[in-house]
Structures are given as C-alpha cells and as structure tokens.
Write a protein that binds this ligand. Structure first.
Ligand code: GLU
Length: 260
C-alpha cells in the first residue's frame, strides 16, 4: 500500500512538472515558429494597404510590424500578414489566429476588456470627408445627412453617440465603404484622419472637415493573459515601441508616409 501511494505521489509530481514545462509563452512560441503572424489592414492607406507595384502589404503599420519581427527574430522578413477589418481584428487575436494586431487600432475601454494594448505608437483623430462643393463644414452639419462608416470602427460608435439623428450606412471594410462613397451613396464618410488622407492622395474633388472629434491612440493589440510568463510578449512589444520612439524610428515613419 505504502509503495502504491509513493508511486502515485511520484506520478502526480512528474505529471504536473511536465505540464508546467510544456506551457510556453506566446513570445517563445513565436521564436520557436521563427515567424511572427501579424493582423494588419490591407485597405487603409497609408497604414496598411496592398501596393499596386509589389502586390504586398505596405504602410506605416506594416513597417511597425516588420520592426517588431526584426527585433524578436532578427529579420523583418520573418513575418506573415493576415488581413483584418475593424470587425474581425479582436476575434483574430483572441482565437489565436494572429500573434499581434497592428491595424490602425485605437485603444478603447471596451476593447481593453477583451484584449491588451501596448503603449501607443501614433495619435490620430476622427474626421469626415465630403465633396469639395458640399455645404457640410462641421460634424453638426451631418445631423440630417447620410454618413458612411465601417462597422466595428470607433467612428461608427462615435457618430451614433454624438449625432444620433445622422443616417448611418455601415460597410464591412474600407474598400467597400470608399467605393460606396465614390458612387455617391452618402454625403460623407467618417473615420480617422489618417485613413481619410490616404484616400485624398488618390482622389480629387473631396475635402476633409477641419475639426476632429476624438483622439485615436493607435496601439498594438496583444492577447490577454493572466499568466505572468505569457506577458513576455507584451513586455517586449512595449520595450520595442519605446525604442522606436527614442531612436527616431516613429518620426522617420511619419515622414516616410507623409503623416503629421
Ligand atoms: N482607429 C479606429 C478604430 O480602431 C478606426 C480605424 C479602423 O476602422 O480600423 O476603430
């Protein structure tokens, strides 16, 4: 009997010990896999879009993602991009499909309940685009007008809250939203000034409203974990962003992508 109990205790020790050893942090998982999986935008110039020249994702967020890959894995090419939209990005992260979200994503208290955020790396603001000759000049002029938004974006929530009278048409991504706007389906389209200025680079006859109704702090989205060890990824991403801030990389990227 004594022998059996000793064996049982031993088995439990070995079993739990092995269990602990097998659990590796998301950070180490990336290192073992030898490439990073980043959820990025592919329709939001100049932050994440498909270049018509290279047919590959490019933009400010793409450069941030490559910098992180370079830091963790020693090569900015050790990265796989997964295209996300405002409505799919949280799920892509929580399901484990991607390691990080770097996709014009603003920190919000609601999102912070579901995922973790790194330190912010860019501050944008919500504005709106209208036709050049439109009589819309401020956000309050939108109250009896139709505005396009992308579903799941902060812009959608803000417009519904700030101008409850406005008629809203929601699309699932920016490609569809801008096409609808170009087709004259609405009087305005509202989102971050960054994405709107990307559209203005390629389209004449439109203007952006002067006022911004929010501050959108872009940060890297990281899966939540209550495990100390699993926080390694968040700790490292924060160190990397702090370095990008200090060594002038973020400033250079703003210049490269014509951002203020
Ligand atoms: N920054 C805003 C957000 O996180 C808008 C950009 C977007 O729709 O991706 O919702």
């Amino acid at each position: 009997m004594k022998k059996i109990i000793t064996l049982l205790i031993l088995a439990v020790i070995i079993f739990t010990g092995c269990g602990k050893k097998e659990k590796i942090s998301r950070y180490d998982e990336i290192v073992n896999r030898d490439y990073l999986i980043a959820g990025v935008k592919t329709d939001s110039k100049p932050f994440g879009y498909i270049s018509s020249v290279t047919n590959k994702p490019e933009g400010f967020d793409i450069d941030v993602a490559r910098y992180i890959a370079q830091d963790i894995l020693g090569s900015e090419r050790k990265i796989k991009f997964v295209s996300v939209t405002p409505n799919t990005k949280i799920e892509a992260l929580t399901s484990g499909e991607v390691d990080l979200i770097i996709a014009t994503m603003s920190i919000t208290p609601q999102r912070a309940l579901l995922i973790d955020f790194s330190l912010p790396y860019y501050i944008a603001g919500q504005s709106a685009l209208v036709k050049e000759n439109s009589n819309i000049h401020t956000f309050s002029d939108l109250k009896d007008k139709t505005t396009i938004v992308v579903l799941g974006s902060t812009a959608e929530k803000n417009i519904r809250r700030i101008i409850p009278m406005a008629k809203i048409i929601g699309y699932k991504n920016y490609e569809e939203a801008f096409n609808a706007f170009l087709n004259g389906e609405a009087d305005a389209i509202s989102t971050d000034d960054t994405i709107l200025s990307g559209f203005l680079l390629d389209h004449k006859g439109y203007r952006m409203l002067k006022n911004k109704i929010t501050k959108e702090a872009y940060a890297v989205g990281i899966r939540k974990s209550d495990d100390e060890e699993d926080d390694k990824l968040k700790r490292n991403v924060n160190i990397i962003i702090t370095r990008m801030q200090k060594d002038g990389t973020l400033k250079e990227l703003k210049k490269k992508w014509n951002l203020k």
